[in-house]
Design a protein. Sequence first.
Length: 292
Amino acid sequence: MSRTKLILLGAGTPNAEPDACGPSSAVIVDDRAYLVDFGDGVVRQAAKAFRMGIDALNPKELKVAFSTHLHSDHTTGLADLIFTPWVLERDCPLKLFGPAGLADMAENVTKAYSIDMDFRINGFEKANGVGYKTQVTEITSGVVYQDELVKVEAFPAYHGTLECYSYKFTTPDKLIVISGDTCPSETMVEKAKGCDILLHEVFYAAGLAQRLPKWQKYHSEVHTSSTDLGRMAARIQPGQLITYHRIYHTEVQQNKINIEAHLKEREYAILEEIKAEYSGAVCNGHDLDVFL
C-alpha cells in the first residue's frame, strides 16, 4: 500500500467557481499532512477529506503549510488555516514556509483577529494560548523543510515579478512536484524529471486568442499553455500528470448558457491539446480528488 497520497483540496483560480475552491493541495505521508497553498475553503475541504477517511486531514492536525506565492487566490484561506484548527483545539503553532512577505501577511492577519483571540483565550472558552500562533520561515531555493517522512525542496517558479516557488516532495515511496503559478521553464523540466506525480497549472491554448490583447500578453508570459505543458511533460515523463488552476479563457461568471457543460468541453479540449504533445498518463484534477 502506498504511504503517500496527493489530495486536491482546491483546484480553482481567482474565478469564483462554485465547484472549485481556491488553490490548495495536500501531500499525505502516513499520518501527516503537508499543505501547499491555502486558497478559500481550505479547512472545510480538509474536513471533507477527513470524512472520506483521510485521518491526516482532521482540521486540528493541519500544522505545516507551504506557500507558492502571495497572490490572493492562493492565500485568502490563511485566516481560516490559522484560526479554525485552533478553535478545534490545535495545540501547537502553525508552521508556514514561503516567499518574502509571508511573515507580514501572517502577522497582520493575526492582528486583525485580536478581539476574537482575546475573547476565546480570556473569555468563556479558555482556549489554548498557542494554537493560533504562526512560525513563519521565509525561504529561498533549496531544501526548506525535512523530517523523518519528507524532504521538501523549493525551486523558482516564473510568474511575472512576484517571488514564486514550486515544491518538490521526496517521501519514502513517491516524488511529487507541485508547480504553483508559472510559465514554462527549464527549471521545471530539470527538477521534475521522472517524478511520480506532477501537479501543474494550465491554460487553454486555443482559447487565448479570444481574450483582449492585454490578457493574451499576460497569460502567455506568466502561465503555462496546454500545448507547452504537453511539451514539458514529454521531457519530464512523470508517472502521472495532473492539471489544476485551469484557465479556460471564457466568461465563467455567466448564467445565460449551461456553464458546467461549457467548462467540461474546455476541460476536454485542454486534455486533447496536452495529448497532442504528450503520450503519457494525464488527467484534469478536481476538488477532493485523491492520487496515489
